[in-house]
Design a protein around this ligand. Structure first.
Ligand code: GDD
Ligand code: MN
Length: 361
């Protein structure tokens, strides 16, 4: 007994070929199923097409509403509304081969606590060669960013099967945008992830709804998942990445000012300020973006103060190590790194406890 959940937005023309293929495959395999279409009130013929299809297939149309249009939230609505605990999620555009479903179901019957993923990157999997270079690079960067979160070669996949009793608290899910599979793998209580090779086909009808907004949502989603999985360490690494970007700002100003004829010591003195302001802003919007905002002016001053203190510590550690320990005098880069690291830890501690604290106003 299986519920096939298909999120749709403007997929009316794909529904007949989809239902036909799913029905053929599952009937042949002797799998009893329902096809649950979760549509975000598409401005097309979805409703009338479904009205015709219910006469032929075990199909149900759900149009939740009352929330923003969202792929992941639609899938969650589908999981809740499913009549069976076994849930398979797939796209409507036939990118995911229905022929793979019986194999996935039989894997799940031997490992009931598994999360079974249709994967493009496992041995034997593939995707359509017609992908643009842009989509290819994008997809690979997105995949790499998620790798530390899950043991899965294709964490971006939208084709997966699981028993919903292993999700845990469904209200605790916080997906944003497209990557509901990743969300389930990270927050769910599955025993293992099993990947099944699939040939991902490009859609023939209609258009993808993936866009820049979705990609930004994905970054925000990743942030939540990293925080969930790694807690404060994730914040620290994020803080470090912002710090590194600030270093680029620092160096850019340092050289540009000299090109304009500013003497190098003065350039060094000035470049600190745009860099520290950049770091302050980025930490306010991203690293600690989930925290309540405190007044800008005072927070900027405090952050700058913490950074200056951090810089003195960095400088102090460098001078101390190189002048008192011969090893560090020989390997000065290590003294430099030790200084920067101590300053980062100090900076981060002050930022998380005071500068971006929620308790202070
Ligand atoms: N209900 C609902 N609401 N459905 C949506 C929405 C929405 O806001 N946006 C998209 N969908 C549906 C589409 O109608 C389709 O059935 C499915 O979600 C996938 O959308 P596509 O627009 O076809 O996505 P894609 O082909 O770019 O991306 C697919 O492949 C990626 C891997 O390359 C998806 O499976 C992604 O999850 C996957 O990462
Ligand atoms: Mn698609």
């Amino acid at each position: 007994m299986l519920t096939v959940v298909v999120p749709t937005y403007k997929e009316a023309a794909n529904l007949l070929p989809l239902s036909t293929r799913v029905d053929e495959v599952l009937k042949r395999a002797g799998i009893v199923y329902e096809l649950l279409i979760v549509d975000d009130c598409s401005p097309d013929d979805t409703v009338s097409v479904c009205e015709r299809l219910v006469e032929q297939f075990p199909l149900r149309l759900l149009q939740p509403g009352g929330r923003p249009r969202d792929l992941s939230l639609s899938v969650i609505d589908g999981i809740r509304a499913a009549n069976h605990d076994l849930v398979l999620v797939m796209d409507a555009d036939l990118s995911h081969p229905p022929e793979k479903i019986p194999e996935m179901v039989s894997l799940l019957s031997t490992s009931p606590g598994a999360f079974v993923v249709g994967s493009r990157y496992v041995q034997g999997g593939s995707f359509d060669r017609s992908w643009s270079l842009w989509r290819f690079i994008n997809s690979h960067i997105a995949t790499m960013l998620a790798r530390p979160l899950v043991k899965c070669l294709d964490p971006m996949s939208g084709f997966f099967l699981f028993d919903r009793r292993y999700i845990g608290e469904i209200d605790a899910l916080r997906p944003l945008g497209y990557k509901i599979g990743l969300e389930l793998m990270v927050r769910g209580h599955f025993d293992e992830i099993i990947e099944v090779p699939i040939a991902f086909a490009d859609r023939e009808i209609g258009a993808s709804k993936m866009n820049l907004t979705q990609q930004v949502k994905y970054l925000r989603h990743l942030r939540l998942l990293y925080l969930y999985k790694f807690g404060g360490l994730a914040e620290f690494v994020h803080f470090g990445v912002v710090g590194a970007s600030g270093f680029i700002v620092d160096v850019t100003f340092y050289y540009s000012l000299q090109l304009l004829g500013v003497p190098h010591q003065i350039a060094r003195g000035i470049s600190f300020w745009p860099a520290v302001s950049w770091n302050w802003m980025m930490n306010r919007m991203t690293t600690f973006g989930g925290r309540k905002r405190r007044p800008k002016g005072r927070q900027w001053l405090e952050f700058t103060g913490a950074s200056l203190l951090g810089f003195s510590v960095s400088f102090g550690v460098y001078v101390l190590l190189t002048s008192s320990i011969e090893f560090f005098d020989r390997y000065r880069e290590l003294a430099f790194i030790a200084g920067v690291l101590s300053a980062s830890i100090l900076n981060f501690t002050m930022s998380t406890l005071f500068v971006y604290s929620e308790k202070r106003r």
